[in-house]
Design a protein around this ligand. Structure first.
Ligand code: SAM
Length: 281
């Protein structure tokens, strides 16, 4: 199938390519058989992408850290967890983490829908695909979750294409409709985002980075009662890829601040009709 993607949507091939290469390493940090299946089905034009030195640490470690956070949410809220994966691209996290009860909603721009059909043909009915822009004011209205559900919103590899205003507006909309929801996203430091022209795989898609985050605490000003639940620098797990040398990254403030995964609590959960608050994430 010819892959007809342009601009920011074409960037979904970059994490797919990184995981496909990771699967081929002797001792991968993360293995994902579904990615090989997708590559067999779609035959993506990987030759277009020249991996940079930073691609593997960023793409594989952020995936692993987010997996750990999402798996924790599924464990704590088994039977009630809903995951909304915004800007999902061809993300295979559902295939990696499905616990048999989670409701999973994958969201991306309409351009991506035709390739979902082939990549995830015959998918589990608890998984839904929704098209729309997370930057659109009515985006959140298209997200339906069952009563009593505990929603987790996640956004991987997308924040750097947005802006402060768009991140604030998105979190405010989620918090208004799902007070107390958890929001996980990855973010690069502003200095790293400014160097977008040095990432050949981004440049070939015609996209560019437009947002970075230096102080996760600043996100608490985006909405009432917002709290940082976790802030995990990728550098903390660099030893998985770089061995003992990677341990030094933990003590390097520049590396620690360069790229992180943040988990926010978006305000206080609304009190349910029964007079009980839903459990915390
Ligand atoms: C680098 S890819 C990341 C894909 C996936 N999250 C992953 O990590 O494998 C960026 C994705 O964000 C999507 N995207 C960018 N802006 C978006 C928006 N405003 N609304 C919805 N999706 C968006 C793109 O279409 C693309 O699939």
């Amino acid at each position: 199938m010819a892959i007809d993607l342009t601009g920011v949507s074409e960037t979904l091939l970059i994490p797919l390519y990184a995981q496909w290469r990771e699967n081929r390493r002797g001792r991968p940090v993360l293995r994902d058989a579904k990615v090989d299946d997708i590559v067999d089905r779609l035959k993506p034009p990987f030759e277009k992408f020249i991996p940079s030195l930073t691609d593997r640490p960023i793409l594989i470690l952020r995936k692993r850290i987010i997996d750990q956070m999402v798996a924790g949410h599924l464990r704590r809220h088994r039977g009630r967890a809903v995951v909304v994966n915004m800007g999902c691209g061809l993300c295979t996290r559902f295939d990696r983490l499905d616990d048999g009860s989670v409701t999973w909603i994958d969201v991306d721009l309409a351009m991506v829908a035709p390739i979902w059909a082939l990549a995830f043909e015959g998918h589990e009915p608890r998984r839904r695909f929704v098209t729309g822009s997370v930057a659109a004011p009515d985006f959140i209205d298209s997200i339906e979750v069952p009563a009593g559900a505990v929603p987790l919103f996640l956004m991987e590899g997308v924040s750097m294409y947005l802006s402060d205003e768009k991140m604030q507006a998105l979190t405010a909309r989620i918090a208004a409709r799902f007070p107390g929801a958890t929001f996980i996203f990855d973010a690069m430091a502003r200095w790293l985002a400014r160097g977008w022209a040095f990432y050949p795989s981004i440049v070939v898609t015609g996209s560019r980075f437009t947002w970075g985050l230096d102080r996760p605490k600043s996100c608490t000003a985006w909405g009432r009662g917002f709290r940082v639940l976790r802030d995990v620098p990728l550098a903390r797990q660099l030893d998985l890829l770089a061995g003992p040398l990677g341990w030094f990254a933990r003590f390097n403030p520049l590396l620690n601040a360069a790229y992180r995964v943040v988990m926010l609590r978006l305000g206080k959960p609304a009190t349910s009709a029964a007079g009980r608050s839903p459990p915390p994430p």
